[in-house]
Design a protein around this ligand. Structure first.
Ligand SMILES: Cc1cc2nc3c(=O)[nH]c(=O)nc-3n(C[C@H](O)[C@H](O)[C@H](O)COP(=O)(O)OP(=O)(O)OC[C@H]3O[C@@H](n4cnc5c(N)ncnc54)[C@H](O)[C@@H]3O)c2cc1C
Length: 498
């Protein structure tokens, strides 16, 4: 039986493992951390449970399609709850808008705020739905080899949407600043400024307002556990605490990997070499290439230094000793200047003075995530990749967050903090080998889209592929799962033909 080694046990690696396991290969996943899930690990403390990474379960159809590929449904593994509101955005003290699970209500909300904007939203969402179908049904599973993958009647008809930015389009048609920001928010998941994101990506608005925001009962890690169960059913083996140190090559082939056990003390740590017929690295692309001799790498350091990276993040996992009455499960704090903040991420990387931030309070919906009468919260400030974080910065931003929650929502929180743990740029580097500590990979700007992303195929070693959020299709949990599927498909073809 041919052997496949997968480096990294995040969503893309798990997905590749499921598909290749099902195809009958002898698959082993090597994960440097002590648990699987990659950026979607869990932190548990004092009866609180925090999703350390993704919290928005968007595009449920993509997850369903994944499970269907294995003759399963998501409900075989976890319970999904549709959130209503999907989220709430605060623009200032007692000034917030809730985005309902019922799109008709959202249209009404728009119309009440700005006459005429309801009709605009309805048309915008129709166009967004068309784009969603094109993106998901025709483009997203393409391997990103050439521009021809994108050329089809549906995209030719929408070529103007690649020239205009989503921001230009929204700002031309909507005057109210709050509504503008609501419509610009979904593309922030693509890790770029709305002013640099093509209008075509409005399919994210369809995902947001029509397909909705969901929550896995028990937390996002339920998806990791489901994927591990599926792959184990096909005999996939997982080795955690397994730090891959190098990819072994012979001529124009990768023939194996060398790894060491990170749970052994440094003095006792031995390298183990294991052979493989095919290797997929789902670790961060830049790092994965450092496992090779320079002559085998696809890209130079200069190439990486010129890429536009999606943000890193300053994160806090907080236990509150009371319920925060009236807070929404997902709450965004946009009571700050978005343009000023985004300049600090993309134009002149620096720490922002007054950043926008996001709060997830999953125990509002799901009592399994916090002790009775208490609330768990995850706060996220998007910041430029590559910044140096310090304990003082972590403390100062946390105090600012508490103050702004009190100002905007009127809920007293500062005297109810049981504990907080922070996580930022340096942790991303250390825990995931993330280039400059990026959280979400590369920005999905036009020049880094589809066939312009770092290629899956290693140019020098025919049996080495890269998967994950730095290659196609891009950042986010659904794209990471698709990335693993694409890589598995290429690997299968190659393994079959020699
Ligand atoms: C804070 C945060 C919030 C997010 N929010 C959302 C959200 O709400 N919704 C959404 O859809 N997406 C969200 N995302 C994005 C999403 O989580 C990622 O795009 C996705 O999880 C990436 O998966 P991946 O497999 O590409 O990479 P990873 O999850 O990073 O997996 C790569 C794995 O490789 C391992 N590895 C690295 N080096 C080695 C080595 N030498 N040996 C062995 N293993 C190695 C790493 O430890 C890691 O486990 C968020 C991300 C972050 C960080």
């Amino acid at each position: 039986m041919k052997r496949v080694a997968i480096i990294g046990g995040g969503f893309s690696g798990l997905s590749a493992a499921c598909y290749l396991g099902r195809a009958g290969y002898d698959v082993t996943v090597y994960e440097k951390n002590s648990v699987l899930g990659g950026r979607a690990r869990v932190l548990e403390r004092d009866g609180f449970k925090f999703d350390m990474g993704p919290t928005f379960y968007w595009m449920p159809d993509i997850f369903e399609k994944f499970f269907n590929d294995f003759d399963k449904k998501s409900s075989d593994y976890y319970e999904l709850i549709r959130l209503d509101p999907g989220y709430e955005i605060y623009f200032g003290p007692n000034n917030s808008v809730r985005v309902s699970a019922d799109v008709k209500k959202t249209v009404e909300t728009f119309e009440n705020i700005e006459p005429g904007s309801g009709a605009f939203l309805e048309n915008f969402l129709k166009s967004a739905e068309f784009n969603y179908r094109v993106a998901i049904d025709k483009v997203v599973e393409k391997p990103g080899k050439s521009i021809f993958e994108l050329i089809m009647p549906q995209t030719i008809a929408r070529v103007s949407q690649f020239k205009e930015s989503i921001s230009q389009h929204i700002r031309k048609n909507i005057k109210d600043d709050r509504l503008r920001q609501i419509l610009e928010f979904p593309v922030l998941f693509l890790g770029a400024k709305p002013s640099r994101t093509p209008l075509f990506y409005c399919f994210m608005n369809y995902a947001d307002m029509v397909l909705g925001t969901w929550h896995i009962k028990g937390g996002m890690y339920g998806l990791v556990e489901a994927m591990v169960k599926i792959s184990e059913g096909y005999g996939v083996k997982f080795i955690t605490d397994a730090h891959v140190n190098s990819i072994i090559t012979e001529g124009s082939k990768a023939v194996g990997i060398s790894w060491s056990n990170t749970s052994d003390s440094k003095e006792e740590r031995n390298s183990v070499s294991e052979m493989a017929d095919f290797i997929i690295s789902s670790a961060d692309y830049h790092f994965a290439e450092t496992l090779l001799e320079p002559k085998f790498r696809n890209y130079s350091e200069k190439y990486w230094s010129k890429r536009v990276f999606a943000p890193s993040a300053m994160l806090y996992y907080v236990g509150f000793d009371k319920k925060l009455e009236g807070i929404s499960h997902h709450t965004l704090f946009f009571d700050a200047d978005f343009i000023e903040h985004s300049e600090t991420i993309y134009d002149t990387p620096r720490w922002p003075n007054k950043p926008l931030f996001y709060g997830s309070f999953p125990s509002v919906t799901d009592p399994t995530l916090a002790p009775k009468g208490k609330e768990c919260a995850v706060f996220l400030i998007p910041v430029a990749a590559g910044l140096k974080d310090t304990p003082e910065l972590r403390e100062n931003y946390f105090l600012q967050i508490l103050e702004r929650i009190e100002q905007t929502t009127g809920i007293k929180v500062s005297d109810s903090v049981l504990f907080k743990e922070s996580y930022s740029v340096s942790n991303f580097m250390e825990d995931y080998h993330a280039y400059k500590g990026n959280a979400y990979g590369l920005s999905n700007i036009l020049t880094q889209t589809a066939f312009l992303k770092p290629k899956m195929q290693n140019r020098h070693l025919s049996n080495l592929l890269y998967a994950g959020q730095l290659t196609v299709p891009g950042p986010g949990v659904p794209p990471a799962i698709i990335s693993g599927k694409i890589a598995a498909g290429i690997a299968r073809k190659k393994l079959k033909h020699g």
